[in-house]
Structure formats: C-alpha cells, structure tokens
Design a protein around this ligand. Structure first.
Ligand code: ASP
Length: 328
C-alpha cells in the first residue's frame, strides 16, 4: 500500500524526496507509418495504475477517435467503478457524508470546461465537457452544476456506496478533523491523450480529499493546476495534495517547463521538487505529475517511495505492473 506506506514512513522521518517516472499507465502506437500526419501515432497515459482506463482510451484512439473522446471515455471507466473510492461512484465523502466530484477537460484549441463540487452524477468529466461545449462558461459549481447536469439529461445517482459510507461512519468515531488525501493505492485520475491527427487533450476527475471540509475544492478541476493542454508544447496533469498544486499552478508550470526545453520527465521532476522546496520539512503530503509532449514523449514524477505502475508494450498491450523508484 503505497500512500499509507509513505505517510507512515514520513511520520518516522525516514522519507526524503523519492521517485522517478513512477505513475504512468500508458499505451503507445504499434506502427510508425511514413506519411502520417503524426508518424509516431497516438498515445494515452494516465495517473496511477488505472490500466482499464488507458485500455479504453487506447481503443478509442486505435479506432481513429479523437484525443478528446479518448480522454473523456478513458477516465469515465474509473468514474463508473464503485470499487475505486477516489473517483466518481463510490468516492469517499466529505466530512459531512456528501460525495462531491471535481473534474475538468481540455482540448487542443484551449477549449475547457470544469465542474466543482458536483453531487449526484457519476460522470463529472462528461458534465465538464458539456460545460465546455454547450455553455459560454468554463466552470460550474455545486447546485448550479447539478442543475446543469440534470438539464443536459444526465441521470441522478446516489454516489455514496455502502462501503464508503461504512468507512466514513468509522472515521467519524475516532477522527479529529484531519482530512487525508485519498488513502489507498489509487487516486485522482488524470489522463493525457494524443491522437493520430496530432491533437492533444486531457481530462482529470476525482472525489477529492477524503473527508474534506464541505465545499473544499482541490486542484483537479482547476485549469492550469490539475490539468493543462497547450497544442504548441504538450499537456500535464497532477495528483496528490491539491492545495499545493493550486499554489504553484502545477500543470501549467509543467507545460511551461517543457516549453523551455525540458523533457516531460524533467519538467515533472522540477515541478515536484519546486513544491517540495516551498514545503521544506513537511512530509505529510504527496504530489505527482505526468506529462506528454507534442512528439508523443511521456514522463512523470512523484515523491512516492515505491510505486507500482502499469506499462504497455509497443503493441498497446498491458504488461504487468512495474515497481520503480529511485532514492534521491
Ligand atoms: N488532487 C486531488 C485533490 O486535491 C486528490 C488526489 O489526487 O489525491 O482533490
């Protein structure tokens, strides 16, 4: 259990900054055909070990679908999975027992949409996409976001599963108010895609920090913080302590570092280390970024001490999880 291990070790003061490219699930093209607009073909990567999500994104890209469709449909897999308690249905609730979702989506033309504190709708990313495509706005929050989802024909669902409810009830018995970043193996899903046309897109969706204060919004639905896409450079998305990512406009920073010539991995590393530098002495939080540039190169960096991530081979097949990290 990686995050718990991190927190535990941190308490003991034994963890410095650790990790390298540890948090990517990716799928890459199997062919390189001369004459294509993008000879290197499509790419899909996502945070953590969400292999089913990249499988889905890959199937969309492989069938000639757009980067935007692939990113949306990829993260929807996790939103619909009640076993994933960090995203969508089954997400852990806030302190008061409400499951509130944050999500955003962005395309290669700098179109973007977001929802914050959405309640009662599984596919926050799709509501965010409707905000982008059907309104002149970028962000809808709370009741307004729910009203919009209903008007757009999304069906209402109780997102609090028996499992998440039971854990929350237990948490209330013993905890003082101390929300934690999603507790178990998996987290916010951020996905970055590049299609055969050379268009980039990204999506990010989460139930946010477990047992957060009601109304708390993290980085995930904030364009520039949780996600950023720039067609001239590339795209980045974040996971971890949202407050720290917002403070540094993290994903925008990663894209700007790539613009200055850094590789995706170098950019992610510098972004993480910059945040850690501002928080010298703190060991109670985690930050990770993944990035994809216009050449289809990918990278990621996390302060996680050991991380199991899933890679794909050159045919787009998933391999077994790979354990990979470096001690600094
Ligand atoms: N970044 C998310 C948030 O702060 C949580 C996470 O990635 O674990 O809401």
């Amino acid at each position: 259990m990686h995050r718990r291990k991190f927190l535990k070790n941190s308490t003991l003061g034994s963890v410095a900054i650790l990790g390298t490219a540890p948090l990517i699930s990716c799928a890459e093209t199997e062919t390189k055909t001369a004459g294509n607009i993008r000879p290197d073909g499509p790419v899909a990567i996502c945070t953590w070990d969400f292999g089913n999500a990249t499988d889905k994104a890959w199937s969309v890209l492989r069938a000639g679908g757009t980067a935007l469709d692939a990113a949306e449909q990829g993260v929807m897999v996790e939103e619909a999975d009640p076993e994933n308690q960090t995203v969508g249905l089954g997400g852990r609730p806030d302190r008061d027992g409400f499951v509130t979702l944050d999500a955003c989506i962005m395309d290669s033309q700098s179109n973007c949409g977001a929802v914050m504190g959405l309640e009662g709708y599984v596919h926050a990313v799709s509501v965010a996409r409707r905000v982008m495509e059907k309104t002149p706005h970028v962000i809808l929050v709370g009741d307004g976001a729910s009203q919009f989802a209903s008007e757009q024909g999304f069906s209402r669902t109780d997102l609090l599963t028996a499992k998440s409810r039971k854990e929350w009830v237990e948490w209330k018995k013993t905890s003082e108010y101390a929300p934690v970043i999603n507790i178990e193996n998996h987290d916010t899903i951020g996905m970055l895609t590049l299609d055969a046309n050379g268009d980039l897109a990204g999506a990010c969706t989460t139930s946010g920090m477990a047992y957060k204060l009601r109304g708390r919004v993290g980085d995930s639905p904030v364009i520039g913080a949780g996600l950023y896409v720039d067609p001239e450079v590339g795209a980045a998305t974040a996971t971890g302590m949202g407050e720290e990512v917002v403070r540094t406009v993290g994903s925008f920073l990663i894209v700007e570092l790539m613009r200055q010539g850094k590789s995706p991995e170098e950019a992610c590393r510098e972004g993480v280390l910059r945040i850690m530098k501002k928080n010298a002495g703190r060991t109670d939080f985690q930050i990770g970024f993944i990035a994809l540039n216009t050449l289809g190169e990918t990278g990621g960096y996390c302060i996680q001490p050991g991380f199991s991530y899933r890679q794909y081979d050159s045919k787009g097949h998933r391999n077994t999880p790979v354990e990979s990290y470096l001690k600094s």
